[in-house]
Design a protein around this ligand. Structure first.
Ligand code: 0WE
Length: 265
């Protein structure tokens, strides 16, 4: 008996086996959900087909550029034909041009700002609108955020502003879709070593910083993000909507670090 038996879902944002989207998808599937996967560009097609192919004929795998309304319309049309309805939607998609994550925020170009918000925040609204008509028995929509939405994280820059927009969009979508029993929440994850994180200079230092400063003295694992994803998709969270849930070893609660280890450490 899985917590998600009989439910269908769609997953946006698998790039490879280290993707947070893949961790949550595996956890959803292990609880009995049937899943559709989209991939961004031919570059990632093989990766996603190899990963999601393991779920067999029950799975739909199709391309989607979340900045293209025609792609989004086609994807949900295909989901409607394959599954007839939808319960779960995972948005694990973000992009800002690399130079915008390297320089100073004050130098963010109009175009980099536009792209970051289009790919990383507006896409949640577009996917929710297109997916909601298939969520006839209620649903759970889940996005991924990061602490840089709330406080300044050096170099996160325009992505922090886009994540703030994603979190606010989560609240407005939760308000609009609540009467249809569709819940909308975000997981704000601590740093995870994914393709999106690779190439970000100082990322390993950031993992170490969390190990030292988070109350749990360690980083979050992909499996733990999967487990929280199952919680937010299942009836255990039936009365939770519009929330940002921190899954970060407690890092977000800290206001200052002690110069000595906490008592009891
Ligand atoms: O949301 C993210 C990263 C998303 C991301 C990553 C890239 C790398 C390659 C968005 N756009 C791009 N564009 C690229 O060209 N994270 C939460 C991971 C992350 O990224 C950071 C972080 C953390 C944490 C960037 C700077 C500082 C901290």
């Amino acid at each position: 008996m899985g917590l998600l038996d009989g439910k269908t879902g769609i997953v946006f944002g698998v790039a490879n086996k280290r993707s947070i989207a893949w961790a949550i998808a595996q956890a959803w599937a292990a609880e009995g959900a049937s899943l559709a996967f989209t991939y961004q560009g031919e570059r990632l097609q093989k990766n996603v087909e190899e990963l999601a192919g393991a779920f067999g004929a029950d799975t739909l795998i199709t391309p989607c550029d979340v900045t293209k309304d025609e792609d989004i319309a086609r994807v949900f049309d295909e989901v409607g034909r394959k599954f007839g309805r939808l319960n779960l939607l995972l948005h694990s998609v973000a992009f800002a041009p690399k130079d915008a994550l390297e320089g100073r925020f004050v130098n963010t170009s109009r175009e980099a700002f536009r792209i970051a918000h289009d790919v990383s925040a507006y896409s949640l609204v577009a996917l929710a609108r297109a997916g909601a008509p298939l969520m006839t028995d209620g649903g759970s929509i889940l996005g991924m955020s990061y602490y840089g939405a709330e406080k300044v994280v050096p170099h996160y820059n325009v992505m922090g502003v886009a994540k703030a927009s994603l979190e606010a969009s989560t609240r407005y979508l939760a308000y609009d879709l609540g009467p249809r029993k569709i819940r909308v929440n975000c997981i704000s994850a601590g740093p995870v070593n994914t393709l999106a994180a690779r190439g970000i200079s100082g990322f390993s230092a950031m993992l170490k910083y969390y190990e030292e400063h988070a109350p749990l003295k360690r980083n979050v694992t992909p499996e733990e993000l999967g487990a929280t994803g199952v919680f937010l998709a299942s009836d255990g969270s039936a009365a939770i909507t519009g929330q940002v849930l921190y899954v970060d070893g407690g890092y977000q609660i800290m206001g200052m670090q002690a110069s000595e280890p906490a008592s009891g450490a």
